[in-house]
Design a binder for this molecule. Sequence first.
Ligand SMILES: [Zn+2]
Length: 271
Amino acid sequence: MVQCFCGMVHDLGRRGFLGALMAAAVDAQAPAPASAGPADPALIEDLVIANHILYDQGVVDGFGHISARHNKDPNRYLMSRSMAPALVTAEDILEYDLDSTPIDQRGRAVYLERFIHGEIYKLRPDVRAIVHSHSPAVIPYANVKVPLRPMNHIASFLGGGVPVFEIRTAAGPASDMLIRNAALGHALATVLGPHPVALMRGHGSVAAAQSVRHVVFRAVYTEVNARMESEALRLGEPTFLNDEEAAAAMKTNDALVDRPWDLWKRRVTAK
Ligand SMILES: [Zn+2]
């Protein structure tokens, strides 16, 4: 049972919010129509810029990735070939189906953990962009029992609770910690449920949102919030946003993501 932004308690078992999401996902998994054609160049451009911003803001390094659902075909998504995000160009963006099979691989290497993206898109029709990262301030909250909670209004999207994925539950005690197949991706997507962010014990986190710009916002401020929370815990017992404050602040912030995006974009395009 999870207390959500809406004030309701959602049953994350077979029914309730996640059940509805999974039912909707059946539609998302219907046989893919022929590709609706090339993705919007503006979406590709945002995806490339997002790769650079996530590196510049300390969310990704040589590892980590961001994807966007195809604007014309909900059964496809766009993501770079396997490479460091800071070096991604438009020519590196590949199209994948929701089983995370590249449509036209052309001999290029693909991310081992691409199943994170495909399986979340299957379960979350509302999600149009996903970040997976190993951002360093966040990982401690995946490994200890102190929950990651919203310290300030900018990170209000953390207000509904941040679930933690334990890979041993799905893969046993001897995995290499990577989400390297669809079954593990599905297990992670199920733990994420309706939330914007989930942590991965001993590994990193995922953030999901309605657009590339929103998911970059969430990935950056998840890392910032983790730093602030760790500092607050050193000082004493923090008071966090309650769910009502978080819901109200998230609504405000969701309309303002272009402001930091424009700043972050200028930093990476001015170099
Ligand atoms: Zn990873």
